[in-house]
Design a protein around this ligand. Sequence first.
Ligand code: NAP
Ligand code: FE
Length: 367
Amino acid sequence: MSFNFYLPTRIVFGEGAIKSQAERIAQLGRRALVVTGRNSAIISGAMADFEALAKKHGLSWVVFNDVPANPELNTVASAVNLARKEKVDFVVGIGGGSPLDTAKAVALLATNNIPAAELYEHQLPKAPLPLVAVPTTAGTGSEVTQYAVFTLPHRGTKKGFGDERCFPNLAVVDPVYTYSLPWEVTIDTALDALTHAVEGYLSKRSTPLSDTLALEAVAIFAGEKEALVDGELGPRLRRQLMYAATLAGIVIAQTRTTLLHTLGYQLTFNYNIPHGRANGYLLAAYLEFVRPARPEKVDKILAALGMASITEVKDLMQKLLPPPGSYSQAEIEQMAALVAANPGINIVTAREATKQDLLKMLQRSLA
Ligand code: NAP
Ligand code: FE
């Protein structure tokens, strides 16, 4: 057996986790840029916790609270300008994946004096500013990955970049920050985490260690699926989903995401479907597609989900999600053609997909 596993992020998990990290955070810098969305930092309670800690330790901070869902690079550029103007020396991302990804890109561009568009071009010379990530959704796992995903209108899709120096220094993972999440966002983000675990488990880059974490994440999700359907969002469910999302994030940090995510980006880009929800629509068809290449692994996922067939996966998605809406053949063809033209799609996905395969997957998922 041989494998490679890299996770340079310190993870502190649990209720009130930030309180124990004051000294560590104060060592990262003296003046922070807090990168967040319109409301999430405030209503989750994470901002108040950070402010209390910062005041006690004599840290100063400025807030950039203008990150929308599925951010574009112009948001990154605005936040970088603020970081430079205010001479901050570390970054704190608070929120769902959108603010956390933005915080990563800002930390990297604040030290490298280049336009945001060049994030995708080449490895930048200078290391990023130190970064603390405080998730307020239980989904993306961005707090434990080296990736950041942005909407690129000129490319007609969303695209991620990855840089090992972009792993946050510290991930403060407190399930209490997700108590204020509405039911729909809870479901959408839980399905993002589930698909990270599933795709990571089926990725060509999976390892014995990432597989252990992935199956555990799937099993934890399975234990909460009925409560999710029923909308019983108690502390136990919050804790379990946060833990599963963290595990699944660690998995994709090793394996990357696969074809399912690339297809999902099309649904988000073209129809504004939330990221995790788009993935949920695609999950059953993706499992069907990959099954011939990895039959035992697909069966293990079903077993971990407590299900006998892929049809049950589809049934669960129908219970959790609103109907996907209606799409013309031309719209589906266009999405399939764009994804088929992406040379990266078959690098880590376990089975090579043709344009016909993509069409079929989209048709089944959106029916
Ligand atoms: P999000 O876009 O960050 O947030 C979705 C919505 O939830 C926003 O309206 C946000 O409000 C709200 N919200 C967040 N926390 C809340 C809380 N505690 N209480 C109430 N509302 C709250 O959603 P996300 O699913 O977490 O992130 C999706 C993004 O992450 C996508 O761009 C996706 O591509 C990316 N992603 C990244 C990775 C990675 O490895 N880096 C992996 C998967 C996905 P505000 O507007 O106030 O913030
Ligand atoms: Fe994702």
